[in-house]
Write a protein that binds this ligand. Structure first.
Ligand code: ISE
Length: 339
């Protein structure tokens, strides 16, 4: 039957997922929403027929109408929500980051392993973007040879005033950490962070932009320009440089216009817009797999790996030194999923 979903957290991402489950994808309905801001939860619940608002995530998950959980609350609230979902043995789609640090991510891994089967998909939505999927296929086919480097750019129009320099790593570059691991099928072994004299438009604490460099266990190098307040658009680009050629995604496309001696087009303004199709595909595949009793997509292991690389990244940023990533060995439970 139709999957009853509880959406935990009704901020920008939670509200967008509620709209998506309600109006875009099939096979699921939003049975409950939960937010510590009860008014915000109520207002969102009113937009969906038969949806109940809660302030307590555990109460939402205990509802008999709920068969699965989508966690879209802030990262620090994820561990508790995940463990509660496990108590009810509910499948979970958890927005990134899985948890803010490797210690809490490990506790989640251990709890999931105690259930005896995977329950968690982590919301690394770029893996569901058609361009990223194409790049992944191209690299896997091997015509270009071995990937040597990835050049990545990750630009936001602006970030929240509460955003810190650390969050550039843990919230934003976290996506490139996942993409690097996924595209190359290699682990990141060390991180270095460099930065130019900050933009005069950068908030004091942000030191924006920055250049983050990953080394991998396959000998690849990855550079990421992270620009939190570029001011003009949301741009996410990756160029893979391989032995026999290159492949690049994330270029501007869409409608280009000519008028009055100029040519031009539009640039997406945020991730909800740029990755709309990816989010749709991600949530649809989660719902479909859940209804089949399966779990696919990025796992809690992937969430842990990104937390471990983020830890190294934050240290590298604070010290200015190349920092080695410390990770546990991959448990057999999380053997690579070769879809
Ligand atoms: C945000 O949390 C995201 O996940 C976006 O994809 C990223 O571009 C942004 O920088 C983050 O703050």
């Amino acid at each position: 039957g139709t999957l009853g979903v509880a959406v935990i957290g009704t901020g920008k991402m939670g509200a967008d997922h509620v709209r998506r489950i309600d109006a875009v994808i099939s096979g699921a309905r939003v049975a409950a929403v939960a937010d510590i801001d009860g008014d915000r939860a109520e207002a969102l619940a009113k937009t969906v027929e038969g949806c109940t608002a809660y302030t307590d995530p555990a109460a939402a998950m205990a509802s008999p109408d709920v068969d699965a959980v989508l966690i879209a609350s802030p990262g620090p609230a994820h561990e508790e929500a995940l463990l509660t979902a496990f108590e009810h043995d509910l499948p979970v789609l958890c927005e990134k980051p899985l948890t803010p640090d490797p210690e809490s991510a490990l506790r989640v891994l251990e709890a999931e392993q105690r259930l005896g089967r995977r329950r968690v998909q982590v919301g690394f939505m770029r893996r569901f973007d058609s361009e990223y999927m194409r790049l992944k296929r191209t690299l896997a086919e091997g015509h270009l040879g071995r990937p040597l480097m990835l050049h990545c750019r990750h630009r936001n129009v602006s970030v929240h005033p509460y955003f810190t320099a650390e969050m550039l790593i843990t919230d934003s570059v976290a996506h490139e950490m996942d993409c690097t691991r996924w595209l190359l099928e290699q682990e990141i072994t060390a991180v270095t962070v460099l930065r130019p004299t900050p933009s005069s438009l950068s908030p004091e604490q942000l030191n924006d932009p920055q250049l983050v460099i990953f080394e991998t266990d396959g000998g690849a190098l990855v550079d990421v320009e992270i620009f939190g307040n570029c001011g003009f658009g949301y741009q996410v680009r990756t160029e893979a440089v391989c032995e026999r050629g290159t492949a690049r995604i994330g270029d501007d496309h869409g409608m280009f216009t000519n008028a009055a001696g100029r040519w031009g087009g539009e640039i997406a303004q945020d991730y909800v817009e740029r990755f709309a199709d990816a989010y749709d595909r991600e949530v649809q595949q989660w719902v479909d797999a859940t209804r089949r009793g399966e779990v696919v997509g990025p796992s809690a292991w992937d969430g842990y790996a990104v937390a471990a690389v983020s830890r190294a990244g934050v240290t590298a940023q604070a010290t200015g030194r190349r920092t080695v990533v410390e990770m546990i060995e991959r448990p057999a439970f999380y053997a690579p999923d070769r879809r």
